[in-house]
Write a protein that binds this ligand. Sequence first.
Ligand SMILES: [Fe+2]
Ligand SMILES: [Fe+2]
Length: 259
Amino acid sequence: METRINEIADGIYRLSTFVPEIAAPAGFTFNQFLVLGAEPLLFHTGYRQMFPLVHAAVSRLIQPERLRWITFGHYEADECGAMNDWLAVAPRAEVAHGATGCLVSLNDMAARAPRVLSDGAALDLGNGKRVRYLDTPHIPHGWEAGVLFEETSGTLLCGDLFTQVGDGAALTRSDIVGPAIATEDFFRFSSLNPGMGPTIRRLAQLAPHTLALMHGPSFAGDGAAALRALADDYDSRVRAAFTDAGIAAFDPGAPAVAA
Ligand SMILES: [Fe+2]
Ligand SMILES: [Fe+2]
């Protein structure tokens, strides 16, 4: 296995490892993103067993001990399995995550106390880089789920949203919604819930120019349109699930309790 490096937005590097055995014959990518501020930030650490590969890739861009922030979408092995390996090699590094992630897992599992980011909180990384944390509970899975938006480049580090199989280009302008829908049909990895449409449309309001997928290519183009299309697909899936369960009406725009 090798980890390939591509700059997918100004100062944001995609470190990509392709594993052909997962979802064979298409295979599956695991991507981390290094944001090169004065305080470098890593979004996703990769699996603990991938640490040597990812560490070697980061070393080609910065001295790994300079890493300042360790962030990820939610608490799973591919997102944060190597978190404590990074804390060990980077003495100034802090894990940063939302309140739910810290309370439920990270206060106990991280080797040093994590930094709690409230919904909408920003980290100024210096060198013109600034990331904002947004809670996306249960979307696409994990109570503690969240995403990061790098404001200067308009890059949404969107984690498992738009997950697709295969190993395409590092950066594409082609459709990413169709492959995401096909992969949802294949893996069923999302926790279908009525909050999906509104939460993903809130991300669309950021109008990202780049969507950085954890599993798949990065996308350059109209990120808002892609997010709204993904939200529409999830709404239909949730509506169908409600119908299958015999619950007659589901309107994602309706209040939770009727007046
Ligand atoms: Fe995940
Ligand atoms: Fe993932």
